[in-house]
Design a binder for this molecule. Structure first.
Ligand code: SF4
Ligand code: SF4
Length: 376
């Protein structure tokens, strides 16, 4: 059961003997739940004792391990790939027969039963996608993949992306059915279901003869680029761009000419797009291409960006805690004088919006795509 964890033994032992605790700083789970066992160090300590037989996996361990947003801030603090070790712990716990807390387990169950983690009706997705003319186009330079959060929760984000692509006369079509990319199940350790989803998405693109994929959800983007190659190494997957990468290029080619807007804005790096994919500059260049905007950075930005609290199944598992973490991120944006908090992920958008509501903040939360679309 613990074979997949044995490669972490040396590091876990070293970590236990180091007195640094650097990974606690800004860990969303630790900062919210206030017990050392929720930090990366705490989780690695459990991993070590599990490997050595001094600790048997149980519901308490699962509670601690699954309380991780997969944000990777501990990786930056520590220099070791803690977030991957923690994700492997989640998978190893499931393999050993210990269930995740029920709220996390529902992500996998719903995806198995309904094809999406929200348990929404697929017919509703189909009816919605039917309203997008580009779902009926056979071939194009880009195929826009719409994830579950965009289809079921953030259709305004889809409208913004479509508006931009049409304005720049990009040759694109849109997937005509909802297939979850597998990120929610993968981040809660259900590799098998994530592999099923990866196979379905890959087949969809093969059927569409897709030459390049576009994704505006940072979680989908990370799955396609970084996780599919290990989940289904035999599969051929087309090149992938996040929408901010293409839009940045379109602006530099003068295919989009935004109107000016006088406002102070700040940018929240989605963990999947920033720390895990290294895309920091493109969204900032888009912001700076809108005349009149003043971009101010939060203290914790770029690779040190704090997590919004939504990822890794944490929002599904502990919604109230996730929103509290988002509320603190919103306060950070307010503290630098921003009136608009931008991001580049529909899932961050949702959690930050709920965080702003929690503290009755007047700050406006938008994606970069949404703000740009308003200025076209
Ligand atoms: S920063 Fe790394 S070495 Fe230090 S306590 Fe955290 S996991 Fe251990
Ligand atoms: S990945 Fe993020 S939430 Fe998980 S232990 Fe590391 S810092 Fe904490």
């Amino acid at each position: 059961m613990t074979e997949r964890l044995s490669k972490y033994e040396d590091w876990a032992r070293a970590c236990m003997h180091l007195r640094c605790g650097l990974c606690r700083e800004n860990c969303p789970a630790y900062s919210q739940l206030k017990l050392d066992s929720y930090s990366a160090k705490g989780k690695l300590t459990m991993l070590y004792h599990w490997l050595k037989g001094g600790l048997q996996p149980d519901e308490v361990m699962a509670d601690r391990v699954f309380a991780c947003t997969s944000c990777g801030l501990c990786d930056v603090a520590c220099g070791y790939d803690q977030s991957t070790a923690i994700q492997d712990m989640k998978a190893a716990l499931l393999e050993s027969g210990v269930n995740a807390p029920e709220s996390y387990m529902r992500i996998s169950e719903r995806t198995k039963e309904t094809g999406n983690p929200y348990a929404e009706d697929k017919d509703a997705a189909h009816a919605y996608l039917e309203t997008i003319p580009e779902t009926k186009l056979d071939s194009a330079d880009f195929t826009l993949f719409l994830g579950c959060t965009e289809i079921y929760r953030e259709q305004d984000q889809v409208d913004s992306v479509l508006q931009i692509l049409r304005a720049a006369k990009v040759s694109f079509n849109v997937i005509s059915q909802n297939i979850c990319c597998g990120s929610p199940t993968f981040r809660v350790g259900d590799d098998a279901q994530a592999r099923v989803q990866a196979g379905l998405v890959t087949s969809l693109f093969a059927d569409m003869s897709t030459s390049s994929v576009l994704a505006s959800c940072s979680g989908c983007y990370r799955m396609f680029v970084h996780d599919y190659p290990s989940l289904i190494p035999e599969a051929e997957f087309p090149p992938v761009l996040h929408t901010v990468q293409l839009i940045d290029r379109l602006l530099r080619e003068k295919k989009l000419k935004p109107r000016s807007l006088e406002a102070v804005v700040t940018y929240h790096d989605p963990c999947h797009l920033g720390r895990h994919s290294g895309i920091y500059d493109e969204p900032r260049r888009i912001i700076q291409a809108i005349p009149g905007l003043k971009l101010v950075e939060m203290e914790w930005a770029h690779k040190f960006s704090k997590c919004c609290g939504a990822g890794g199944g944490f929002r599904s598992g502990r919604e109230e805690d996730a929103i509290s973490i988002a509320a603190r991120r919103v306060q950070e944006a307010e503290s630098v004088g921003a009136t608009i908090l931008l991001t580049a992920c529909p899932f961050c958008l949702r959690n930050l919006t709920d965080g702003a509501e929690r503290i009755s903040s007047s700050i406006k939360i938008q994606t970069v795509e949404s703000l740009l679309a308003e200025q076209l």
